[in-house]
Design a binder for this molecule. Structure first.
Ligand SMILES: N[C@@H](CCC[C@H](N)C(=O)O)C(=O)O
Length: 237
């Protein structure tokens, strides 16, 4: 087992290719081993393909994790299990494409269920990127009490909650993650949801997104959204 950090969103990577940990055992395994990390990723195989199975730190399974997908890709590369510059793997949100050039670019799951939403007087957009997000534009993201307001809205919507600020040439995003039940340093599906709404309004094809854990890069190509950012191993085997 080894820890990976994708812009500060942290995961324990568990080689479960021999299926030693069963589906039923996974939630308890997660709660017993996650420590202070945000989630656990079981690395598995379905036929010849690698499969990413993501769990939040509270033991809940999630359909997808954008930063997890970047960490999973780096893990496959570090293990020497993939050597190509383009490869795919499976997730509960479908097949994920990965391209390596100036970093690891992951093609995110298609955005769906986009709608305007008002909860307790807070207006935003509900957007699904494999997992649900309630995104809210604010004037100054640093002034938001993410723990308090994020937690409240997360429970009202059963979604991750992202607060974003549109700045000159970049976006700033902070996320309260369901299942982690606190603010995380970065959320890949969250910044994708924000970028999608921003792109729909402005047509902008590329965007830098500042998050507490650094900078993420988003780009749109033929209606598909790609995500890149920092990813590194944070423990020895
Ligand atoms: N950190 C993730 C999202 C993980 C899943 C989420 N907490 C949920 O349960 O919906 C990301 O980088 O996308």
């Amino acid at each position: 087992m080894v820890c990976y950090s994708a812009n500060g969103n942290t995961f324990l990577m568990v080689d479960n290719t021999e299926k030693k940990i069963s589906e039923n055992e996974k939630p308890d395994f997660v709660r017993n081993h996650v420590g202070d990390l945000d989630g656990v990723i079981f690395v598995e195989k379905v036929g010849e393909k690698f499969f990413m199975d993501y769990y939040n730190r509270d033991g809940s399974m999630a359909t997808f994790c954008g930063n997890g997908a970047r960490a999973f890709s780096q893990y496959l590369i570090d293990r020497g299990w993939v050597k190509q510059r383009k490869f795919t793997f499976l997730s509960r949100a479908g097949e994920i494409k990965v391209f390596l050039d100036d970093g690891i670019w992951v093609r995110m799951p298609a955005v769906s269920e986009v709608k305007e939403l008002e909860v307790d007087g807070y207006r935003g957009h509900f957007v699904v990127v494999g997992v649900p997000h309630f995104i809210l534009e604010v004037k100054n993201v640093d002034e938001v009490d993410v723990e308090k307001l994020g937690r409240l809205l997360r429970h009202k919507t059963n979604a991750n909650v992202d607060f974003y600020e549109v700045a000159q040439g970049f976006l700033k995003v902070r996320t309260y993650e369901r299942g982690v039940e606190r603010e995380t340093k970065a959320c890949g599906t969250g910044v994708t949801a924000v970028f999608f709404v921003h792109h729909s309004r402005t047509g902008s094809k590329e965007m830098k997104v500042l998050v507490p854990g650094g900078t993420l890069f988003l780009r749109e190509e033929n209606g598909e959204i790609y995500l890149k950012g920092d990813v590194r191993r944070c423990s020895e085997e």
